[in-house]
Design a protein around this ligand. Structure first.
Ligand code: NAD
Length: 418
């Protein structure tokens, strides 16, 4: 597999945008506007480590487009974070929010760090300093962060607290994906995985096959991967392989996902699980399965391995797992790709529900959250495939076109303030 750093995710976003804009016939000024984020912020974060040393971290917050509402997007803690990655993720959020038709624009943030190597107090100090630095650009009506790789509901609780201390009142709508006891929404933790389940079922239906009994491989076993695997397993699919950074395991008869989740909680990795045998991590992507769910990170399906992918359907749980060079190879091989900006939009959809509940001060039952999620995701799925058919293109560009149509309409109504 090629080195992930040889692919620039922002250029990958721009390549899809260029292709979709051409098919859609997008106005050239709007195209230029969408090719760059509206605002990029780089912050320097001095943090006192537990041993008394000071370390200076670099953080980012990018807002790609806010025509349809406040920017919305996660905060990533990872050593590979860089400005182009955050710019790509912010743009994907613009398109994703438009695809599921929630009234947000696109944003994203991140800090270059290895969260596994930091103690909880160090993580807390780093998060609070970051929030203090980006204070002026975030807020319930400006930009609403959420978790992403390396961050979780605890991180969001620190974001909420730091922001609230500065504005002198508790403002829980400043962030989503927070603990339920702090105004988080029921169902948010599993929402991205639940969205993957919903679109996987719709995609199987398009192939005239039931989800029950389908063979599934899942790359990555963090929030998105583990919840997708669990929910697909509970829906009757057979999860035959999963992986994480440490390795991969398989079981042709299907892995016991509940036992595996317990194993991962105890050992922090899927490796060593008694109910499966070890396999090569890269080989997982090329297994002959019905559904492949890449749920780890960008640039996993590239021109180097795309021809070996034997899944019938790829449901992109991660953001940007497929490079633009790999797209035509998958298409040519008749593989149905449910693109990231649709497939993993369950998370931002329930984030929207969380923000709505915070602002109403009225909280929904889990059943209501899940039912509304099914409604939004199913509608989005069919809208993407309607655009795909209308413009005689593939589902990825169909999703971009649907998003471009909605965001450019908002921009037209507003006009340019000069
Ligand atoms: P996470 O940090 O919880 O989990 C990431 C997982 O991927 C871990 O198990 C890690 O070990 C594994 N991994 C990393 N590199 C790998 C590799 N090369 N091979 C196999 N496994 C690897 O992160 P997450 O929140 O689950 O996010 C995963 C992806 O989904 C990211 O692209 C993220 O942007 C996207 N996403 C997340 C959400 C959300 O709600 N958390 C929503 C939409 C999209």
């Amino acid at each position: 597999m090629s080195d992930i750093h040889s692919h620039n995710p922002f250029e990958a976003m721009q390549a899809r945008l260029r292709a979709a804009a051409h098919i859609y016939g997008l106005d050239d000024t709007l195209f230029q506007v969408f090719m760059a984020p509206t605002r990029s912020m780089i912050v320097s974060l001095p943090v006192c480590m537990d041993d008394g040393r000071w370390e200076v971290f670099t953080g980012y917050r990018v807002q790609h487009n806010i025509a349809r509402g406040p920017a919305k997007g996660g905060i990533r803690y990872d050593l590979n974070v860089n400005l182009d990655e955050i710019k790509a993720l912010a743009a994907w959020m613009t398109w994703k929010c438009a695809v599921v038709d929630v009234p947000f624009g696109g944003g994203k943030g991140g800090i270059i760090c290895d969260p596994k190597k930091l103690s909880k107090p160090e993580l807390e100090r780093l998060t609070r300093r970051y929030v203090a630095e980006i204070m002026d650009v975030i807020g319930p009506d400006r930009d609403v962060p959420a978790p992403d790789m390396g961050t979780d509901s605890q991180t969001m609780a620190w974001v909420l607290d730091t922001y609230s201390m500065h504005v002198r009142h508790t403002e829980n709508a400043v962030v989503t994906g927070k603990p339920v006891g702090l105004g988080g929404s029921l169902g948010r933790n599993e929402a991205t995985g639940r969205g993957v389940l919903i679109v996987a079922r719709e995609a199987m239906q398009r192939l005239g096959k039931p989800l029950a009994g389908a063979r599934v491989a899942v790359q990555g076993f963090g929030n998105v991967g583990s919840q997708s695997a669990r929910l697909l397993h509970e829906a009757g699919a057979r999860i035959v392989a999963v992986s994480d950074l440490n390795g991969a395991i398989k079981n042709d008869r299907g892995l016991d996902i509940h036992a595996l989740v317990k194993h991962v909680t105890e050992t922090k990795s899927v490796t060593g699980f008694k109910g499966g045998e070890a396999m090569d991590r890269a080989e997982l992507l090329t297994l002959a399965v019905d559904i492949l769910v890449p749920a780890a990170m960008e640039n996993q399906i590239t021109e180097d391995n795309a021809a070996q992918i034997r899944a019938k359907i790829v449901v992109e749980g991660a953001n940007g797992p497929t490079t633009p060079e790999a797209d035509p190879i998958l298409l040519e091989n008749g593989i149905l790709v449910v693109p990231d900006i649709l497939a993993n939009a369950g998370g931002v959809t329930v984030s929207y529900f969380e923000w709505v509940q915070n602002r109403l001060g009225f909280y929904w039952r889990e059943r209501e959250v899940n039912e509304r999620l099914v409604e939004y995701m199913t509608h989005a799925f069919h809208s993407v495939f309607a655009a795909t058919d209308k413009y005689k293109t593939n589902p990825r560009l169909g999703a971009y076109i649907l998003a471009l149509d909605r965001v450019s309409q908002a921009m037209h109504y507003r006009g340019f303030y000069a």
